[in-house]
Design a protein around this ligand. Structure first.
Ligand code: UGA
Length: 445
């Protein structure tokens, strides 16, 4: 059992702290936002994450998990302090490290015994050394400490599962003893543990996210070529994926990647490369292709409906992916903005993200469910692959829509079946099965 302090109760901090408590450790999670901490004490979570509430409740009841706004209280007995604060995008695409700096300063000012500081926030390569420098500088009197980088690989929507079944744990530090202590903490997870230096660990995180984003942009480029040549990208991806050297993961084409990680991290890596004199050609293309995917959806709508002014377009799904209420860099909302600029009447529905949308994108008219959304719509855009959208009652949908048009940005449906039901249907990269059918002169009214 270890005493752990987690700084920042956003996605990473709350999941990490809660799950370490569930492994039997004593965890105290700190946030500087008082309202968040007050809410957590009442059992109200700041995010929607499947399964997390139950684990929080279980560990609070067992007195292994507590919340505070006080650094003094959080660090009092801590063996480890995890920095899990946000690193939003700065002005030019570089990561904004103001919260990491504040956390490092507060640790320095409040620690009263030796401590291992673990950086989990995604930070530019070199930040671990910078954090160590800040702690040294701000300590009122010298107390030994070590900084270890331990990047997180949790996906929103499956973060609890990912925590307990990681593919690997990466630890970076020049202090072998500290790295070994952090390795011990992760042993119950039974995954390979790799110990390297600080900068390499930080780079592994960026390279992993950039590679996954590259796979998505790769398959999206292939999708666009499939459309032009009359092939079906879903089957192409499946056929590729059987090759063990390629695998099936992250080969789903669609509206492109979104969320709080891939867009920001690819941009930040590209920025780091440029300021150090390298030209990140591939990363630039990955980002460009990603934006093209959203524009393609609008172009398809224009191709089918003509001028979009005053057309009622329903966005089926608003979150950046399924099983989350997170709308940061959501492709659906980018599409909404483009449609809004073209004068369309934009409507939307999402199982859990609507409160967030209402607060931040007021021009989207929200519906109660997919059927209310369909009612009177000129077209539906499938933007988030929630399970509840996978088997809709299409006869009902068709009877409710003004025009039976579906642009499927997540390739959820079978193009031939949709056509047989009387829809004008366009997927992404479904050349033979989708685009060719709709572009062969068929009427959509
Ligand atoms: C991603 C990584 O997968 C995690 O390993 C990492 O820890 C996390 O970023 C982070 O850096 O914090 P996340 O952004 O939560 O996790 O979600 P993903 O499941 O990776 O999806 C990212 C985006 O790519 C979503 O918009 C998703 O819809 C899209 N995507 C994913 C595709 O378009 N195609 C795919 O085949 C897979």
């Amino acid at each position: 059992m270890s005493n752990i302090c987690v700084i920042g109760v956003g996605y990473v901090g709350l999941v990490t702290g809660t799950c370490f408590a569930d492994l039997g450790n004593h965890v105290i999670a700190l946030d500087i936002v008082e309202k968040r901490v007050e809410n957590l004490k009442k059992g109200i979570l700041p995010i929607y994450e499947p399964g997390l509430k139950e684990v929080v409740e279980r560990n609070v009841r067992a007195e292994r998990l507590r919340f505070t706004t006080s650094y003094q209280e959080a660090l009092k007995d801590a063996d480890f302090a995890f920095i899990c604060v946000g690193t939003p995008e700065g002005v030019d695409g570089e990561a904004d490290l103001q919260y990491v700096r504040m956390a490092a300063e507060s640790i320095a000012e409040n620690m009263d015994h030796p401590l291992v500081v673990i950086n989990k926030s995604t930070v530019p390569v070199g930040t671990g050394d910078w954090v160590a420098g800040i702690i040294h500088e701000k300590q009122p009197k010298p107390i030994p400490f070590a900084v270890v980088s331990c990047p997180e690989f949790l996906r929103e929507g499956s973060a609890v599962r990912d925590f307990f079944s990681p593919d690997r744990t990466v630890l970076g530090s020049t202090d072998k003893e500290a790295a070994n202590k952090v390795a011990q903490l992760h042993l119950p997870l039974r995954a390979p543990i790799m110990i390297t230096d600080l900068r390499t660990a930080e780079m592994i995180k960026y390279a992993s996210n950039a590679f996954l984003a590259t796979r998505i942009s790769f398959i999206n480029e292939i999708a666009n070529i499939c459309e032009a040549l009359g092939a079906d990208v879903k089957e192409v991806a499946q056929g590729m994926g059987y090759d063990k050297r390629i695998g099936h993961h992250f080969l789903e084409s669609g509206v492109g990647y979104g969320g709080s990680c891939f867009p920001k991290d690819v941009k930040a890596l590209s920025y780091m490369a440029q300021i150090h004199g390298t030209e990140p050609q591939l990363l630039q293309s990955v980002m460009e292709i990603n934006m093209t995917q959203r524009r393609q959806i609008v172009l398809k709508l224009q191709d089918i409906l003509g001028d979009l002014k005053d057309k009622a377009i329903g966005l089926v799904g608003l979150a950046f992916k399924e099983n989350t209420d997170d709308i940061r860099e959501s492709p659906s909302l980018d599409i909404a903005r483009m449609l809004h600029e073209l004068g369309a009447a934009v409507r939307g529905y999402d199982p859990v993200a609507m409160e967030n949308v209402q607060r931040t994108v007021p021009f989207i008219n929200l519906a109660e469910d997919a059927y209310e959304l369909a009612s009177g719509s000129d077209a539906l855009v499938i933007a988030t692959p929630w399970n509840e959208f996978k088997s809709l009652d299409f006869e009902r949908i068709k009877s409710l829509m003004k025009q039976p048009v579906i642009v499927d940005g997540r390739n959820l449906y079978d193009p031939l079946r949709m056509k047989a039901m009387g829809f004008t249907y366009r997927g992404v990269g479904r050349g033979y099965n989708g685009a060719m059918i709709s572009s062969s002169g068929e009427s959509h009214t």
